[in-house]
Design a protein around this ligand. Structure first.
Ligand code: URP
Ligand code: ZN
Ligand code: ZN
Length: 483
């Protein structure tokens, strides 16, 4: 099956030009003006529209077992909702319960993800430490296409990683040419504040942000950065929500460290007033970590994105319905943490980013796909519009609009944090592996069509970093060649 996307303006991270795009066998075969459609090719008219790489959401949690329940969105419904919003790939997280083998957990997630209708890949969380974990990290990098490991610095008594294990795991990542990633919140402080707040009789969702002030995030971000600095390991910090963590990233980047940061669509747009809403269900639906922040942080995040100090956008799509959120009815610490958005990220970013002049269309492409593809080493297969790349594309109608609502979204959750937001800029067509999977409001997805995407370890980033470190600091140990 072949496809010609005709008459659009191709936008990439580098720039834009009028060009047609011809796709066959799931890949891009030609990009250029006035391409002919071979007989039998399907033609999509992209006149007046942009043709861009499909979005990559590098942070989702489909059907995650978490806080005594399981996220409501599964890999099929989640990747379908992503298609409806112009996103063509997700990077989800394998999160082994402590003492569970990383390889067993990885196999379990691979099985769950088989029903995905679009491509996907996995970060793997290191939630405990042993010789076996050390070995399994090597197997995951060498044989299973994993090049990123996640560390939760929060969620004490569950998946929180103490400093000792952060050090061991970051060092192992460095040895393997994999990138360490962190959820940066000081879990000890969060736990302490939660107990204090409950003792004061605050049991509702308004207690959630009080227990996780920005300093808790800034401290953890800085700690992870300094550990990575000493070990000479690159670092990616997920869901930065506040000035404190972004300042730590900027400082490190100015010092020459390879530190990357992600912003969530939600944190860019929503402030902490949601937790003071009189309706418990409404406030609880916004409980996620780090929490939504006072308003001034949103502008700060936008500027960090615009200046390139934050490189990626994601959603941390982790959906829980009202009956699941109700598990914390009498104790906010038991409200399952998580919110959705995989369907909405692209439109929200376009409307509030490109629509306001904060981002150019090329910068939009960078922060919605290309940078993630580069940081997680799948570029130019993903995140580009170039010959040989996967035909994962979005035809973007800058004049189209929609009002976001849980009543009409495709996400399998009964709430939408962007409810009622009118966004201008929507996908008219989403193309996954060269097939039109979303066309003017209609999904045409096939369960199981998504493929697992291997992500090889890094070389150039680590070699560059090793040179810098060798010149600068006698403490850093040169990286062993990845076996
Ligand atoms: O509240 C959140 N973010 N839930 C999902 C797990 C995580 O921390 O990323
Ligand atoms: Zn997190
Ligand atoms: Zn997450």
């Amino acid at each position: 099956m072949s496809l010609l996307i005709r008459g659009g303006t191709v936008v990439t991270a580098e720039g834009s030009a009028r060009a047609d795009v011809y796709c066959a066998d799931g890949v891009i075969k030609a990009v250029g003006p006035n391409l002919d459609a071979p007989s039998g090719a399907r033609v999509v008219d992209a006149g007046g529209q942009y043709v861009m790489p499909g979005g990559i959401d590098p942070h989702t949690h489909m059907q995650l077992p978490f806080m005594g329940t399981v996220a409501s969105e599964d890999f099929f419904t989640g990747t379908a909702a992503a298609a409806a919003g112009g996103t063509t790939m997700i990077i989800d997280f394998v999160i082994p319960a402590p003492q569970t083998s990383l390889l067993t957990a990885y196999d379990q997630w691979r099985e769950w993800a088989q029903k995905s209708c679009q491509d996907y890949s996995f970060h793997v969380a290191v939630t405990w430490w042993s010789d076996e974990v050390y070995r399994d990290m090597g197997t995951l990098v060498k044989d299973r296409g994993v090049n990123s490991f996640k560390h939760f610095m929060a969620y004490k008594n569950a998946i929180m990683v103490p400093d000792e294990n952060l050090v061991k795991s970051f060092a192992r990542c460095q040895e393997l040419g994999a990138i360490a990633t962190v959820h940066a919140e000081n879990g000890e402080l969060v736990f302490h504040l939660q107990q204090e707040i409950l003792k004061r009789g605050i049991t509702g969702p308004e207690g959630h942000p009080l227990s996780r002030p920005p300093e808790v995030e800034g401290e953890a971000a800085n700690r992870a950065i300094r550990i990575a600095q000493v070990l000479g390991a690159p670092l990616y910090i997920v869901h930065n929500s506040c000035k404190e963590s972004v300042e730590a990233i900027i400082r490190a980047r100015l010092e020459g460290q390879r530190v990357y940061g992600e912003a969530l669509a939600g944190h860019l747009l929503i402030d902490d007033s949601v937790y003071r809403h009189p309706d418990w269900n409404y406030a609880a639906a916004h409980v996620m970590s780090p929490p939504f922040r006072p308003k001034e942080n949103q502008e700060y995040l936008w500027r960090a994105l615009q200046s390139g100090n934050l490189q990626t956008t994601a959603t941390d799509h982790c959906c829980f319905c009202a009956d699941q959120k109700a598990m914390g009815r009498t104790d906010f610490t038991k409200i399952p943490n998580g919110t959705g958005g995989v369907e909405d990220r692209m439109s929200v970013l376009w409307h509030h980013g490109v629509g306001t002049g904060r981002l150019t269309p090329s910068e939009f492409v960078k922060v919605t796909s290309t940078n993630a593809a580069q940081i997680f080493n799948i570029y130019p297969r993903k995140g580009s519009v170039s010959v040989g790349a996967d035909a994962d594309l979005v035809v973007w109608d800058p004049e189209g609009s929609r009002t976001i609502s849980a009543k009409t979204h495709h996400q399998k959750v009964d709430f939408n944090i962007f409810e009622g937001m009118n966004v201008k800029g929507i996908p008219s067509h989403t193309i996954s592996q060269g097939k039109v999977v979303w066309e003017k409001g209609q999904l045409n997805v096939e369960q199981g069509a998504g493929r697992y995407i291997n992500r090889p370890p890094f070389h150039s980033m680590f070699e560059a970093l090793a040179k810098v470190n060798a010149a600068r600091s006698p403490r850093s140990v040169p990286r062993k060649a990845a076996q």
